[in-house]
Design a protein around this ligand. Structure first.
Ligand code: ACO
Length: 322
């Protein structure tokens, strides 16, 4: 028994923050941001709009494309780093919106790898016969934990949501998932506060913000994402040339290019959306997947490599026959 992706959806808020907008607020430039990251714009959530609002939009699109009704869902897993509330968890908040109470619904936090972690868990529920219609979502409001006075992070992050629906299938499907973490690297990328510890004393700006040692994370990302490419193809006794599409975490175009090189994959076989929305953490892989499917590049039967790395450090991949 495999799980198979039977529906995808995504959502980006209407408000756009361009590199030129950031030029006016920070000592940076459109040219620097595009050259170092590939990012051109990010979408920023409206006042009064929430993580759950975005998750609902992406989820409803995925449910519609799967041709099912919300009440058919028997599992909801939401990956998020920026939940609306500490509890109830984001999965249950979304479940209430979809009006399909009863089935298990939960969220997990693994920073930018959260969607891959959520997908791996939902896949196991489906394979075990415990779920027949699983909704997997990544949704983030990173703009509310970005320090817009810090040019090294303010240029990177944006808001958005992406979702997939999984269903059982005799044919693959999600072929394998590979998850890793190394808490020893936590100082390289973290949020300064949390509900238990509270904000750091005397911290400015007040509230919890992202801090990142960018170039160290960059080097680690290139190494670990390259390594997980090798691990994924070796575990499945594949030649790298078997991969039709790389659907990577959209953090930095240069990291994506390095991974594509490791796969000997031309950039035409890589789904790149980072220019449109920057780093949306858990939303980034399902956002890119949805774009590639809806614009017709990714076709049924294609072999996809999904992968991400985020704070923790956490990282993971999924080999998927679409
Ligand atoms: N505009 C102009 N100059 C800048 C900016 C900016 N926005 N930011 C930094 N600089 C300067 C630096 O101050 C430095 O100047 P100096 O040489 O005078 O000291 C110079 O540019 C080079 O800085 P680096 O940090 O070495 O630049 P780098 O090429 O590494 O790019 C970046 C920085 C874009 C942050 C890159 O390191 C990166 O993308 N890192 C990884 C991000 C990532 O993948 N994160 C993981 C997922 S995120 C998550 O989990 C939440």
């Amino acid at each position: 028994m495999y799980s198979r992706i039977v529906g995808t959806g995504s959502y980006l808020p209407a408000k756009v923050l361009t590199n030129f907008d950031l030029e006016k607020r920070l000592d940076t430039s459109d040219a620097w941001i595009r050259e170092r990251t590939g990012i051109e714009r990010r979408h920023i959530i409206a006042d009064g709009e929430s993580n759950t609002d975005m998750a609902e939009q992406a989820a409803r699109a995925a449910i519609a494309s799967a041709g099912i009704e919300p009440h058919e869902l028997d599992l909801i897993v939401v990956g998020t780093t920026t939940p609306d509330l500490v509890f109830p968890n984001s999965g249950t908040l979304l479940q209430a919106r979809l009006g399909c109470g009863g089935a298990p619904a939960f969220s997990l936090e693994a920073a930018c790898s959260g969607f891959i972690y959520a997908l791996a868990i939902a896949d196991k529920f489906v394979r075990a016969g415990e779920s027949k219609r699983a909704l997997v979502v990544g949704s983030e409001v990173l703009s509310r934990i970005v320090d817009y006075t810090d040019r090294s992070t303010a240029i990177l992050f944006g808001d958005g949501a992406g979702a997939v629906v999984l269903a059982p299938s005799d044919e693959a499907g999600i072929i394998s998932t590979h998850l890793h973490a190394d808490g020893g690297y936590q100082e390289l990328l973290y949020c300064t506060g949390g509900p238990a510890r509270g904000p750091a004393p005397g911290s400015f700006p007040p509230g919890d913000v992202v801090r990142m040692a960018g170039s160290e994370v960059f080097r680690l990302a290139v190494t670990l994402l390259g390594r997980i490419v090798d691990e994924t193809v070796a575990a499945n006794h594949l030649d790298r040339s078997a991969i039709d599409w790389l659907v990577p975490h959209q953090a930095n175009l240069r990291i994506i290019q390095a991974t594509a090189k490791r796969l000997s994959l031309p950039m035409e076989r890589v789904i790149v959306t980072v220019q449109e929305h920057g780093n949306t953490s858990t939303a980034s892989v399902p956002l890119a997947l949805n774009v590639g499917i809806r614009d017709g590049r990714i076709k049924r039967g294609d072999l996809l490599l999904l992968q991400a790395l985020g704070g923790g450090i956490t990282w993971g991949s999924a080999l998927v026959r679409y």
